[in-house]
Design a protein around this ligand. Structure first.
Ligand code: MN
Length: 158
């Protein structure tokens, strides 16, 4: 995976965000993190570790525990694994300016091959976090191909 887009959007002389090393395969359980990011608009960022990076979605309303609620989740650039522990304030004028905190973190477990899921637009998975647990799914909105800022829906499983 590539962090080119992530790095292009940021000036690491100005932002406290990690530049990240080379994407490294990590053995064992996969990590997830949800950042609460008080940028121009408050939103949450869902980040799922896969192949040495954090696959990322910006979720304007955050997760819902109600399986009847579908939450818009815009796929954004992959972030470095080191971003999982990031908390801080991105300075004014920089990309994503505003405070970032870790809202939840833990392990995630895809059902089936998550690479196929990403390509096909449906990922079913389990979360074992402090706030979020159990089954969830991400479904790419109909008719949309994988591209920058692709809209997905994030839904709690019944
Ligand atoms: Mn964000």
């Amino acid at each position: 995976m590539t962090l080119t887009t992530y790095r292009r959007k940021r000036d690491f002389n100005r932002t406290p965000e990690p530049r990240g090393g080379p994407a490294s395969k990590q053995a064992g359980a996969l990590k997830f993190v949800i950042h609460k990011h008080d940028a121009t608009r408050l939103h949450y960022d869902l980040r799922l570790e896969l192949d040495g990076v954090l696959r990322s979605w910006a979720v304007p309303k955050g997760p819902s525990f109600d399986p009847a609620e579908k939450r818009l989740a815009i796929q954004v650039e992959d972030h470095p694994l080191e971003y999982g522990g990031f908390e801080g304030v991105i300075p004014k004028g920089e990309y994503g300016a505003g405070p970032v905190i870790v809202w939840d973190r833990g392990r995630w477990k895809p059902r089936g091959d998550p690479r196929e899921g990403l390509a096909n637009g449906r990922i079913d998975f389990e979360l074992a976090g402090e706030k979020l647990q159990g089954g969830w799914k991400l479904i790419r909105m109909a008719g949309r191909r994988a591209e920058a800022k692709t809209p997905w829906l994030w839904i709690k499983e019944k």
